[in-house]
Design a protein around this ligand. Structure first.
Ligand SMILES: Nc1nc2c(ncn2[C@@H]2O[C@H](COP(=O)(O)OP(=O)(O)OP(=O)(O)O)[C@@H](O)[C@H]2O)c(=O)[nH]1
Ligand SMILES: [Mg+2]
Length: 205
């Protein structure tokens, strides 16, 4: 039967969007995706071994594994909006994967650890200059508090005033959802400012 004969109810459509969770090594990307995913997250963790010494930049934490390809998760942010989350690998030697991970995405959350802020420069630089994704920056508050004012963090990261800067706790699903909502709001505001993306624009990303 011709599918055009079926009744079509546009109000029941669910929109799905790809979101990138980016950032430098060990800033909490895998934790962020895993904290909020309503499906069993797909991780590609590998043990950081002695063989990786001098290659794996081991931070001052109990971190024992690192992402070698990507993280994947899904969250229904709203009954008609499903986000597919793609976490990037943090180590520079896996950054060749970032182009593919960013392709087709609606936007990116760049996580930052202010204890090792230099880990974030390259990630922000990539998302800002080598991808065309709208993005927000979220400081993952490892110690539960922010040792700097957000204005100081903005200055240290050389973020323009148009880039939203927020805080989050990557382990907390509520905080992660709030961060994703901020990204979607930011993306929507750009859509309004620039007259909207045509569906093909999104598909081509
Ligand atoms: N205290 C605290 N620990 C966290 C938080 N987020 C992540 N961690 C811990 O920090 C370590 C690094 O987290 P990951 O999620 O593996 O970081 P990542 O950015 O995916 O790391 P790579 O993939 O190796 O770049 C892990 O041991 C986490 O348990 C947080 O908000 N607070
Ligand atoms: Mg990871």
């Amino acid at each position: 039967m011709d599918s055009r004969n079926y009744p079509f109810d546009a109000s029941s459509l669910t929109i799905s969007a790809k979101i990138v969770v980016a950032g430098g090594f060990g800033v909490g990307k895998t934790t962020f995706v895993g904290s909020v995913s309503e499906v069993e997250p797909i991780n590609t963790e590998a043990w950081m071994t002695v063989a990786g010494e001098g290659v794996d930049p081991i931070p001052a934490s109990s971190k024992t594994t690192t992402t070698v390809a990507m993280d994947f998760g899904r969250i229904t942010l709203h009954p008609d909006l499903v986000l597919y989350l793609f976490g990037t690998p943090g180590q520079a030697r896996f950054w060749f994967l970032w182009d593919d991970l960013c392709r087709g995405a609606l936007g990116a959350v760049v996580l930052v650890d202010t204890r090792r802020i230099q880990e974030s420069f390259a990630a922000i630089n990539y998302i800002e200059n080598d991808s065309d994704l709208p993005f927000i920056v979220a400081v993952n508050m490892f110690d539960g508090e922010l040792p700097y004012e957000l204005t100081e963090v903005r200055e240290a990261l050389a973020l323009g005033p148009d880039v939203p800067l927020t805080t989050c706790d990557a382990r907390d699903p509520g905080s992660t959802v709030k961060t994703l909502q901020e990204l979607v709001s930011h993306t929507m505001s750009l859509t309004v400012s620039y007259g909207g993306y045509a569906p093909g624009d999104v598909a081509r990303r």
